[in-house]
Ligand binder design. Structure first.
Ligand code: UDP
Ligand code: MG
Length: 339
């Protein structure tokens, strides 16, 4: 592997505790994954050690109730390569990842799921691409092991849509196994379900992005934290991103057009009703369906615009206040030893 990205720390390969900037920070968001954790931590450590890279594993516990947090605390005290960041409650995967990004000190940052669906053995493949000069490398689960109807189909549609909207065509936005240069991560602001759109956010920041095929396994322990509801939330975020791209520069191009269209529709329908009443002498009081249509249409536009405004306000709020989207209860890290 071309390790130019990591060359500055050559000679310091004895775990991350001896240096301030490890080569790699592996970030894992965790919600009720206690059975997987021992296997996962070992697998990450084995892979990165065999690549002769200094590393830290940042396990972010996102309000687990199955003893994951306790296990991580214990491991963080035993191991020199693991930092446990325990959130106060469940904030969702995006927030857990944001917390991980915040605590990561590595030159390269890798994210992966805790449930062993991503294979830690694939990490070097992504790192090699980073070393080639990319800022972000996204995993592509070519042979994905998930249920077809509830997962594969919605995500196929989502990938296509996201590709169209954002201009970054990737096969698999949803794959958590990704690698980034640290400088890029510092520019990414996360909230909502935005971890799904990280390649798009990175693209807006001018990042060079590519994807690499990676393995995927079915879940061995526990169960998925998501159902179909996620598809809806992802779609709403997608719409927001699309509007944001336009809205942030020319708000009137969005709201002005919607407003004009709705006014035009109102005028046409009003004209039609007036014609019926005055021209043909028909009573128009008995057309509840028509009135309902107009009402629904206008309410829809209003609600949508308000939702969007609220969304943008939230974004401004988070960004201007620097208010984190999560709260940390405790950070347990190895005691730094000087070598
Ligand atoms: N996760 C989390 N907080 C949540 C939901 C999920 O930190 O509120 C973590 C979870 O423990 C796992 C990763 O996010 O490490 C992906 O979750 P999951 O495996 O349930 O998603 P799927 O693979 O089914 O898309
Ligand atoms: Mg999973």
């Amino acid at each position: 592997m071309n390790t130019s990205l990591f060359s500055a720390t050559a000679g310091t390969r004895n775990g991350f505790s001896a240096i301030d900037t490890p080569d790699v920070s592996a970030i894992v968001p965790i919600c009720d994954e206690v059975e997987s954790l021992p296997h996962l931590i070992e697998a990450i450590a084995t892979t990165l050690t065999s690549c002769q890279l200094s590393y830290e594993i940042i396990c972010v516990d996102d309000g687990s109730k199955d003893g994951s947090a306790e296990f991580l605390k214990q491991q963080a005290l035993l191991r020199s390569d693991l930092k446990a960041v325990l959130l106060r409650r469940n904030y969702g995967q995006t927030a857990a990842m944001a917390a991980g990004f915040n605590y990561a000190r590595g030159k390269a940052i890798v994210t992966l799921d805790a449930d062993l669906q991503n294979d830690p053995a694939d990490i070097p493949v992504l790192l090699a691409k980073l070393a080639e000069g990319y800022d972000m490398v996204s995993g592509w689960r070519k042979h994905r092991k998930d249920d077809t109807l509830t997962r594969l189909l919605p995500s196929k549609i989502a990938n296509w849509l996201i590709g169209r909207v954002t201009g970054v065509q990737l096969h698999d936005y949803g794959c958590s196994l990704k690698a980034y240069r640290a400088e890029l991560v510092a520019d990414l602001n996360l909230y909502g379900e935005l971890h799904r759109f990280l390649p798009a956010l990175a693209y807006i920041e001018g990042a060079r992005i590519t994807e690499m095929a990676v393995g995927h396994h079915s879940r061995r322990y526990g169960r998925s934290k998501y159902g179909l509801g996620r598809t809806f939330r992802v779609l709403m975020d997608l719409l927001t991103i699309w509007f944001m791209k336009k809205f942030l520069t020319r708000p009137m191009h969005v709201f002005g057009l919607l407003g004009l269209l709705s006014m035009f529709l109102g005028v046409v329908l009003g004209g039609y009703l007036t014609f019926l009443k005055l021209g043909l002498g028909v009573t128009i009081g008995n057309r509840p369906l028509l009135i309902l249509t107009v009402l629904l249409l206008l309410t829809g536009i209003q609600l949508f615009s308000f939702g969007l405004l609220a969304e943008l306000l939230m974004r401004t709020y988070h960004e201007s206040q620097g208010r984190p989207i999560y709260r940390v209860r405790e950070v347990v890290e190895p005691i730094v030893k000087n070598s």
